[in-house]
Write a protein of this length. Structure first.
Ligand SMILES: Nc1ncnc2c1ncn2[C@@H]1O[C@H](COP(=O)(O)OP(=O)(O)OP(=O)(O)O)[C@@H](O)[C@H]1O
Ligand SMILES: [Mg+2]
Lengths: 270, 286
């Protein structure tokens, strides 16, 4: 362990064993395009109210695994998914799974902010409205409390009716985070949510995520090992669509079981 | 080294000269057409052509007929085309979508005179529905002509909405209808509207399908959809240019002038909408 940033910061969770309090169970998951397996027989559990970082070289299947969890592959032509995913009492790939309920309970944040072409306020309210979750006369309060929560309120309180495209990239991503939180999800799937953002905004989002851990199970795909080390409790390491190692962050970064994990941590696999 | 650079510069300037010539080949004839039509029309456009029918040497019935036909076409082909484009872009399974696209392209390749003839056989003639010459027949023939265009522009407008927006809505558990209404429609709308406007402009300038289906009338359009022929601007130009006598020629020119002004206004309106939509999409930065 030579790289300085890889020393464990003070206050990190020193969890030595993988959590047994499972929120998401992934069983023999394969994602295929034709005959080709992008994700190959992966079995995993994700711990309840913890942050799990999914890391691995580019093209290793991180995004593909993440999108399998809320069935985002359903509309990708040519993709087929095998295996099971269970989130609490939801059997995600059962033929009678209720996708609306699944996606209400499982939020997703994308690599690039994707606000809707609606006002800032409507961006926040659109999902709760679609699910009939807005209390009468309470829409303004809901909007304010969510924007407060992500630290965007002061920047936008005078232009809630304005376009979200006038916001900076980082602010747009915070808006998307607020939009996701508006459904009070149990699970959040984040695909490199800060890779396009400056260090300040990244830090802000990281501290938000650490706070959210109280109530949400978080899966975050990241290329940034320092970020994984800063915020994650557990780490899942993929290579070429296969699971290489699943360990506590502490173990993964300092005493990984697999040689390839150690090489990846030390920067020899990119 | 120097000679290769000179060659490259020469090639670049040749390319630009070629582009310029191509542009002039497009621009000069269209300006020439517009100018010569307006030149012939302006001296003969007087206020009373708007208040008298063609029977009295005016254009009122033809202008009204053209407007009725345009409204009818928007109501029928506009509605059907927008729904069809939406269906192909958002609902149809891939195989069905490509079949529908194929038929739409075939329809767009049918010459307008053939559409007019088919309209005559099926709608107007005794062997068909027997409507005689009528507003509805004209509307349907014109509609068939521009339907593929509206389907196409609507489909492109919807499928041009960035995938990231669609996925954002899916990930929030929004239904397909909610996604279309709240997320896809706002950015698609300008494209759809400008498609409708251009389609209307195209149909305003058509003559052949109408001669067979709407017939022509020197009286203002009646309230009935069938059994009663309708006048329209391009019909005046077509009929009266063939008649001897300065008055007929003047009226033909006036009708052509009014037609071209309507078409230009529609096209400029369409461009305004397109420019607006470009700005919106540029701001979305997706
Ligand atoms: N539509 C597709 N058709 C075929 N192969 C695909 C398709 N989409 C992705 N892949 C392949 O699937 C593999 C996994 O992709 P995925 O996006 O999950 O990787 P990733 O780990 O998220 O990479 P990155 O770190 O670059 O985001 C890659 O090899 C990619 O080329
Ligand atoms: Mg990825």
């Amino acid at each position: 362990m030579s790289a300085g940033y890889l020393s464990v910061p003070a206050g990190a969770v020193h969890q030595q064993e993988l959590s047994t309090d499972t929120a998401i169970r992934v069983n023999d998951l394969s994602v295929l395009v034709g005959q080709k397996a992008l994700v190959d027989n992966v079995s995993l559990t994700f711990p309840h109210k913890r942050i799990t970082a999914i890391v691995g070289p580019t093209g290793s299947g991180k995004t593909t695994v993440l999108r399998a969890i809320n069935r985002m592959h359903d509309h990708t032509p040519g993709f087929s998914v095998k295996g099971d995913v269970t989130i609490g009492d939801i059997d995600v790939y059962s033929p009678d799974a209720n996708l609306r309920v699944l996606r209400r309970r499982v939020g997703m944040l994308f690599q690039r902010a994707n606000p809707f072409p609606q006002s800032i306020q409507d961006n926040i309210l659109i999902a709760p409205k679609a699910h009939g979750m807005v209390p009468k006369n309470g829409s303004r309060d809901l909007c304010e409390s969510l924007l407060q929560e992500v630290g965007l309120w002061n920047a936008v309180k005078d232009r809630l009716g304005g376009s979200p495209f006038m916001l900076s990239g980082g602010q747009q991503q915070l808006l998307c985070l607020a939009r996701m939180l508006a459904l009070q999800p149990d699970v959040a799937l984040l695909d490199e949510p800060t890779s396009a953002l400056d260090p300040g905004t990244t830090e802000h989002i990281e501290s938000l995520l650490k706070g959210l851990r109280e109530k949400v199970t978080i899966l975050i795909v990241t290329h940034n090992l320092a970020q994984a080390l800063r915020i994650s409790d557990e780490v899942v390491f993929l290579m070429a669509g296969k699971l290489v190692e699943h360990a506590t962050a502490n173990k993964f970064f300092h005493d990984a079981a697999d040689e390839r994990s150690r090489e990846y941590v030390s920067g020899r696999i990119g | 080294m120097a000679s290769r650079q000179t060659f490259r510069q020469l090639r670049a300037s040749l390319f630009w000269i070629f582009c310029g010539v191509a542009l002039l080949i497009i621009i000069i004839p269209s300006i020439d057409i517009i100018v010569s039509i307006l030149k012939a029309a302006i001296p003969v456009i007087k206020p009373d052509i708007f208040t008298k029918t063609t029977a009295q040497g005016g254009l009122q019935n033809a202008i009204l007929g053209t407007v009725y036909l345009g409204v009818g076409v928007l109501l029928t082909a506009g509605t059907l085309g927008v729904l069809g484009g939406l269906y192909i872009a958002e609902f149809a399974p891939a195989r069905l979508a490509s079949v529908l696209r194929f038929f739409s392209e075939v329809l767009s390749g049918v010459p307008s005179i053939v559409i007019g003839y088919i309209g005559y056989v099926t709608l107007v003639a005794k062997g068909g529905l027997g409507w005689h010459y009528s507003l509805l027949g004209g509307v349907l023939a014109l509609g068939a002509l521009i339907l593929p265009y509206i389907v196409k522009t609507t489909e492109v407008a919807f499928s041009g909405v960035p995938r990231t927006l669609r996925e954002g809505a899916t990930a929030l558990g929004m239904s397909r209808v909610q996604t279309i209404r709240k997320v896809l429609l706002p950015p698609a709308l300008p494209g759809i509207i400008s498609g409708l406007i251009i389609a209307l402009a195209i149909s305003t300038g058509e003559t052949a399908p109408l001669l067979f289906t709407a017939g022509f009338s020197d009286l203002n359009p009646s309230a009935s959809l069938i059994n009663s022929p309708v006048g329209y601007l391009t019909g005046v130009t077509y009929n009266d240019l063939q008649l001897p006598g300065g008055n007929y020629q003047a009226l033909a020119n006036a009708a052509a002038g009014v037609t071209i002004v309507i078409i230009l206004l529609l096209i400029f309106g369409g461009r305004l909408v397109t420019a607006r939509s470009r700005r919106l999409v540029a701001r979305m930065d997706l």
